[in-house]
Design a protein. Sequence first.
Length: 127
Amino acid sequence: MTFAFWCVVLAAFLPVIWAGIAKTGVDDFDNATPRDSLARATGWAQRANWAQQNAYEAFPPFAAGVIVAHLAGANPLLIDVLAGVFLLMRLTHGIVYIANWATVRSLVWTTGFLSVVGLYLSPAWSS
């Protein structure tokens, strides 16, 4: 399995990490009604929940991009680099989201997004 595919696996777990962090910040968290409990979150716990939601939203285009790049015959090293950048940016995104560093978060998000765009364009760069 390529490094890029391992990045897909790891990226799939990021929402779970941010959800776990969010849940620890809710004093009266009730696992029987987790969405209600997280809806009451404030401060860093609320931002961790938002990071979870954003990680879920960012995952499908990334995973598909890795698959498309491989199937279209893009350079494997380029795919690995772009996937690694995405994973690093998504990890950083969650951290700066929780820390409430909004401008840095936007820059990190943009870099991650551009790495996904790069995955879709990588077959053209490899021909």
